[in-house]
Design a protein. Structure first.
Length: 161
């Protein structure tokens, strides 16, 4: 069974039906995270080192954090509408994280997302901050907004578990 780290979005809490689904399919760690903490980066590094996940799944701010941590530790990711731009605030990460991209994974974008513009995300991902060998697949889902319904979540991650 895979070890999965699940990172919730900025305005959501840990737990819920997505974590319940994951708990039946893999070993899951879904910490409650205050992304505005001054010590957020060391906290996230400790979580990665202590848990040693095989996969990081995140949504919105959690998707952005998955993107950074996946790149830093070479862990595959699945990021739903990652807030890699247009964030209401930026977590206190070191500047070098702006040059990090994950080695592989999926980026799932809602075409109707009005919070994190999917076209801006595509533009960013097509022009990474450095030359790299990242293998990220990008999928745009028609009719999907920022929030991810359980059935969409399941259909996009089940092949990775």
């Amino acid at each position: 069974m895979k070890k999965v780290l699940y990172l919730h979005g900025l305005e959501t809490k840990s737990g819920g039906e997505k974590v319940d689904f994951l708990a039946d399919k893999c070993y899951i760690h879904a910490p409650s995270i205050d992304y505005s903490r001054n010590d957020i980066f060391p906290l996230l590094i400790k979580i990665i080192k202590d848990y040693e996940p095989d996969l990081i799944i995140g949504s919105s701010m959690g998707g952005y954090v998955a993107y950074v941590l996946g790149g830093l530790y070479k862990i595959p990711i699945i990021a739903f509408n990652p807030a890699i731009h247009s964030r209401t605030f930026s977590p206190k990460f070191p500047n070098f994280t702006k040059k990090i991209t994950p080695p592989n994974g999926k980026i799932i974008l809602g075409k109707e997302d009005t919070v994190i513009n999917p076209q801006k995300t595509i533009n960013f991902l097509n022009n990474p901050p450095q030359n790299n060998t990242t293998q990220l697949s990008i999928e745009i889902v028609e009719g999907l907004g920022h929030r991810i319904p359980l059935n969409t979540f399941i259909s996009k991650i089940k092949s990775e578990l």
